[in-house]
Design a protein around this ligand. Structure first.
Ligand SMILES: Cc1ncc(COP(=O)(O)O)c(C=O)c1O
Length: 431
């Protein structure tokens, strides 16, 4: 394929040669995901090699200086070839000018906030969202004089009401974890921009295969990249994508704070991206079927899935998620916490896993706010609600397993078994 760089800003993708091949900008997402971020040049390795080095060696200082002038990486924190290739791929797929990849989703969120906010600023955060993001803001950013207010992100009026003259940034998840609430990105973008603030969207649960928030008016998009982008339960990483000036500022903060992504994790995540389109299509279709099966079972009190009709916002899912509603769902069991614990024990093939987004279907209690015990922070996640991350298995097999586990629940005889515990006897933390 001939054309311009895969990287929208035309930069080298990291193999030392400018990329000379890419598909037309109107190629389908599925096609672009297979090729985004790949190396250019007349001869290229089909798979970007893992460049496991901390620095480059130069024959003399003059060569080093000349190479530095071209912007090529010299040292690990500059972003090594596998990291640059991943950044190019995510930028292309999210429709961004540039991206910065780091060690985890939390690193991407923290860097973005640290790079763009100052003492005295105020942040609005989506309700029902990822607990560690809430804790990061409450436990740490408040120490630096940054205030936070939580608001319903499916309601632009609620976000507008939560904003103050000091609001610089609104952070919302496309689909909240674990609330499964769909954010009204276009509606909130209008409100946020009218106030001169920025909208940052955590797109971990939707992925660019289902929703590209920048196209709906967001200023930056963030991923916990080991989830659906990597997709195989074997890598940890984070990415933030957006316009070049914002990414330059975040990259500079990343260089100084230092949460770098390893070459192997970058390679694994990029390899996962190659199959993102078919994976998320299958998973979304299966999740929709499972949501229906759960909703029909008498042992289930409520199901939350962005693809189920929302009487309050009937057209939002169609506008935001026209290609599928994702692989995550949450449900409440009529028998309460003990029934939820028993359900995880009755499942034959679906394990309890404190993460989401991989090939295997998994179930867990959703992340909960930590509570202060005697001298330590206690995390007890057990509750009536379970979160399921649907994988690549045949949905008929999954539904059969779920149905037999639900059928065995007897709300009149709740299990006395305690929740899944770690080797140290504490409940597992979940993400
Ligand atoms: C929506 C969302 N954002 C951010 C994160 C944090 O990502 P990481 O665990 O890679 O730091 C998670 C983790 O589960 C998540 O679900």
């Amino acid at each position: 394929m001939k054309g311009t760089s895969d990287r929208p800003d035309g930069q080298d993708t990291g193999n030392g040669q400018p990329d000379e091949g890419s598909f037309a900008p109107d190629a389908s997402f599925r096609t672009r995901a297979v090729h985004a971020g790949r190396a250019g040049g007349p001869v290229r390795p089909v798979s970007v090699p893992i460049v496991q080095t901390t620095a480059y060696a130069y024959a003399d200082a003059g060569i080093a200086e000349a190479v530095a002038m071209t912007g090529q990486p010299m040292y690990a924190r500059d972003g090594m070839p596998n990291v640059l290739a991943l950044e190019g791929a995510v930028a292309e797929l999210e429709g961004a000018a540039d991206a910065h990849a780091v060690a985890s989703g939390m690193a991407a969120i923290s860097l973005t906030l640290l790079a763009l906010l100052s003492a005295g600023d105020h942040v609005v955060l989506n309700a029902g969202g990822y607990q560690d993001t809430v804790s990061l803001l409450h436990e740490h950013l408040t120490r630096f004089g940054i205030d936070v207010t939580i608001a319903a992100s499916n309601d632009p009026d609620a976000v507008a009401a939560a904003m103050t003259p000091a609001t610089r940034l609104v952070l919302a998840e496309t689909i909240s974890n674990p609330g499964m609430v769909l954010t009204d990105v276009p509606g909130i973008a209008t409100v946020v921009h009218r106030a001169g603030a920025r909208l940052v969207v955590d797109n971990t649960f939707a992925t660019p295969a289902l929703c590209r928030p920048l196209g709906h008016g967001a200023d930056l998009v963030i991923h916990s990249a080991g989830k659906f982008l990597g997709g195989h339960h074997d890598a940890t990483g984070g990415v933030v994508a957006g316009p070049a000036p914002l990414i330059d500022a975040i990259r500079r903060a990343g260089f100084l704070f230092g949460p770098i992504l390893s070459p192997l994790d970058a390679w694994l995540i990029l390899r996962g991206i190659r199959t993102l389109a078919p994976r998320i299509t299958w998973m979304s279709a299966s999740a929709a079927r499972i949501a229906g099966a759960l909703a029909d079972h008498p042992a289930v009190r409520a199901v939350r899935y962005p693809g189920l009709p929302d009487p309050d916002r009937p057209s939002l899912a169609g506008a935001m998620l026209p290609r599928g509603a994702g692989a995550l769902l949450a449900f409440d069991l009529a028998g309460g916490t003990e029934a939820a614990v028993a359900f995880t024990r009755h499942l034959r093939t679906i394990p309890y896993v404190a993460s989401v987004g991989g090939t295997e279907t998994t179930v867990s209690f959703p992340p909960q706010p930590p509570t202060q015990g005697p001298g330590e922070i206690v995390r007890d996640h057990r509750c009536a609600t379970l979160r399921m991350s649907v994988g690549l298995e045949d949905p008929a097999d999954l539904i059969a397993d779920i149905a037999q586990a639900l059928d065995r629940l007897d709300p009149l005889a709740p299990s006395t078994r305690h929740g899944p515990t770690a080797a140290n006897g504490r409940p597992h933390e979940t993400s």
